[in-house]
Design a protein around this ligand. Sequence first.
Ligand SMILES: [Zn+2]
Length: 405
Amino acid sequence: MAHPVTSHPIFIYSPVFDNYRFSHDHPFDPIRIRLTYELLRASGILQDHHLVDPREASVAELLLAHREDYVEFVKTKGSTGENIYCKEANRFGLCTEDTPTFFGMHHSAATITGGTLLGAKHVLEGVNNHALNLSGGLHHATSGKASGFCVYNDLNVAIAYIRKHTDLRILYIDTDAHHGDGVQFHFYDDPMVCTLSIHETGRYLFPGTGSVRERGNGKGYGSSFNIPLDAYTEDESFQYVLENSLYIVAEHFKPDIIVSQHGADCHYLDHMSHMSLTMDSFRFIPKIIHKIAHEYCQGRWLATGGGGYNAYDVVPRAWALVWKEMADVPSGQVPDELPGSYLSLVRQWTDEPICPTWMDHGKDYNSIPRREEISDKNKKSLIDAMYAINSGQIGNNFFANRIVE
Ligand SMILES: [Zn+2]
């Protein structure tokens, strides 16, 4: 992408991220971050000067988006790893099957939040500034409750920080398979924070929210957008919905900064959702977000990880593509074959079959018989979600010109 580069993007990384681990067989596995790092290093597209160490967020920083009693509990009893406090912990959404407590929980969760906050500060410093914290993206946590593997909501803390210190209009984009409920509802009344979540319909999937009718509240009405997609949605329909909605929302909202969550669980080889995206979409998502960041936001772009439960085969490739886009690595510079040194490293952790190329090339892909029906339904959801903009209820009539058949 042609734009003047006045600052290089940063990749926030520390082996400390490995410590955010609920148990050895819990599906939320920090190996994803480590392997993404190793893949990028082996490919020669992540250099020393990109790397920045996170520091732990202070309690005062966590309180930008969390309740004091919650932080206090997580920091003390919640971090002992002893389940004698479970009755109390349940009140805070902890000690559940999804989100158990573990030893050192506060330190590791606060370091993730500190990483995203550091990214926000870097992005605010100048133009064309991008930052990536793949340990972040914990979009389900609320101010007083853990939820869906998320203890502290690093996104909310970072967005609240930007709100407190600037007048920038913030566009949050969430392409995790699960609805970005924690971020949406935290800023539901705030017209300066616009959320766009594209996810598998909540009919059968956690957290169940994210219908097109959730549009914000009070002054924030018209700044929450949700496009629930049908199960088994494939690349073409997903990319159509993403590109159109993102342009419509960006043109309507006119953001100054983008915060994006890059859950990789919409991939067809991820077993925690029912979506059918290939790596082609995981190349497309950061590309279109990057474009919007430069067109509307002087390049201000903070990106995080998120869900993604095929930890060895899928997530490292999907997340490495976010960095590849962010760092403007020219296509063709990196061969499609993954580096041999990386593949043998992965073998230290798993015997599962691993795709040896960046792209999937149809490996184990079963095409979906109801493709047309699903695409039609998704298009209808897109139109419903954009209705308020289109009908002039909340602004211009850009929509009519944008959707391209
Ligand atoms: Zn850029």
